[in-house]
Design a protein around this ligand. Structure first.
Ligand code: PLP
Length: 449
């Protein structure tokens, strides 16, 4: 039973006491499992640039950047000033604002394939809407997605995100494994799971469902699979398949848009029909977007007599997110993209050196301003190869905790770093030296070897 009695709720501002209050009112004490830690999460007092200060005054160097969403670190002055200016004029209206148009012009000019765009509020919503647009346009029900890929929490998009050796089945026909208990059978039936970067098996699986597939969903550098890029041959093979079978090639660039000035899609000889965006394009605020071919996006057009996909959202294209996003993306120009990628590459090289000195079987994957460490000697190239068993997860958790508590460094709990432009060479030195100490740590080493 809930109690408000002050003698039952410690009021001191410690992490423990706040968490005690949290569990009384928030399920598990957190609204996003990502930030949960045992025995409790740590609470932020403030953040600036690449540093987050918690309520004990401990200042940590941040390589997670709110799960890859803060391309300019925390509270960037240009973004803060623009947002304050906008907030004074209002934050959301049942009317349009020019802020939305300005940002749409910027993004459509940035990526040649973005003929039209629509804004939503998250990556989940962007992927969901992209799938629904694909169904509305093609008149077909199914989607295909890669085993292990994370695309947010829309029922269809999350199938097989957490597939494991006990349930993933034969690689020739991977099982459609639900993430959430109670997922209807019908959802599974409408999702074709393909093995990432495996052309032969993927095309075979797509062929078996050719007249049913509305879109092939593809994250070109899927973090949860292992943060290695889709090969050009793989993307081309899927693209060609979609041309032959009246299906849409739907890229999830929620994370990967940062890789090139025009997104990861710029790295391929063929382009997606539709792209889902989110994270960095919000400049630190909640946002999502779907961009792509005018003819396909037309299904959303309210001027049509037969509107195939009615689409709204209370906070979609609100002027706070679109203003923050526009400033962030203006600052993340071609030079900034290249500079950031070079810094991340330097970090990778230094960490490879740390791995060598520590003499541990660890490998690194990644592209552009993001990379991930794997606790295996050979660089993995498939979801099943990169899959972490319980023992490996324990090693990773130990190292993540070591970095957090002893080195005051924050990494994503898959052992990934998502760089921000506020990071410096000194920060990179600090990371590689901390990792060297962490990897040399006896307990960690014992568990790895
Ligand atoms: C590749 C990818 N797609 C979609 C999403 C969902 O985005 P959001 O958390 O904004 O709903 C994420 C989130 O991490 C993601 O990494």
């Amino acid at each position: 039973m809930k109690s408000n009695s002050s003698n039952q709720i410690p009021m001191g501002k410690s992490h423990e006491s706040i968490y005690q209050r949290a569990v009384g009112v928030i399920t598990g004490g957190v609204s996003r499992n990502t930030i949960f830690r045992r025995p409790h999460p740590y609470y932020v007092a403030s953040a600036n640039g690449s540093f987050i200060t918690d309520i004990d005054g401990i200042r940590r160097l941040d390589f997670a950047n709110n799960m890859a969403s803060l391309i300019h670190g925390h509270s960037h002055p240009a973004i803060v000033n623009a947002v304050i200016k906008q907030l004074k004029k209002g934050s959301a209206f049942t009317m349009a604002t020019e802020a939305e148009v300005n940002f749409a012009e910027l993004l459509t000019a940035r990526s040649p394939g973005f003929e039209k765009i629509r804004f939503v509020n998250s990556g989940t919503e962007a992927v969901m809407t992209m799938i629904k647009i694909s169904r509305a346009y093609t008149g077909k029900p199914k989607i295909a997605k890669a085993e292990g890929a994370y695309h947010g929490t829309y029922d269809f998009a999350e199938i097989s995100q957490t597939a494991n050796p006990d349930n993933w089945g034969d690689i020739d026909k991977p099982n459609a494994v639900p993430v959430v208990q109670g997922t209807p059978e019908g959802i599974k039936d409408d999702v074709v799971i393909y093995p990432f970067n495996d052309i032969e098996r993927t095309i075979h699986l797509l062929d078996q469902n050719a007249d049913q597939i509305a879109c092939v969903l593809l994250d070109p550098v899927p973090h949860r699979i292992g943060l290695f890029p889709a090969t050009n041959e793989f993307v081309e093979a899927i693209y060609n398949w979609t041309r032959r079978n009246n299906a849409i090639l739907a890229f999830d660039e929620v994370v990967t848009y940062r890789v090139n000035y025009s997104g990861m899609q710029d790295s391929y000889s063929v382009k997606p029909d539709l792209t889902a965006l989110a994270k960095i394009i919000g400049g630190g605020f909640a946002i999502g977007a779907i961009a792509g071919k005018s003819e396909i996006m037309q299904v959303l057009d309210p001027r049509e007599t037969f509107l195939r996909h009615p689409h709204s959202g209370t906070f979609s294209a609100n002027p706070v997110s679109t203003t923050a996003g526009r400033i962030a993306m203006e600052l993340f120009d071609e030079q900034a993209v290249l500079k950031l990628n070079a810094l991340a590459m330097m970090a990778r090289e230094q960490i490879e050196e740390s791995i060598k000195i520590a003499d541990v079987p660890v490998s690194i994957t990644g592209v552009g301003s993001m990379f991930r460490l794997h606790f295996q000697e050979n660089v993995p190239s498939t979801y099943r190869e990169a899959y972490q068993n319980k023992e490996t997860k324990a090693v990773i958790n130990e190292l993540i905790d070591y970095l957090f508590f002893k080195e005051n460094i924050i990494m994503i709990n898959t052992m990934a770093c998502m760089f921000a432009t506020t990071l410096t060479r000194n920060d990179v030195d600090r990371l590689s030296e901390a990792l060297l100490r962490g990897l040399k740590n006896n307990e960690t080493k014992k568990l790895i070897v």
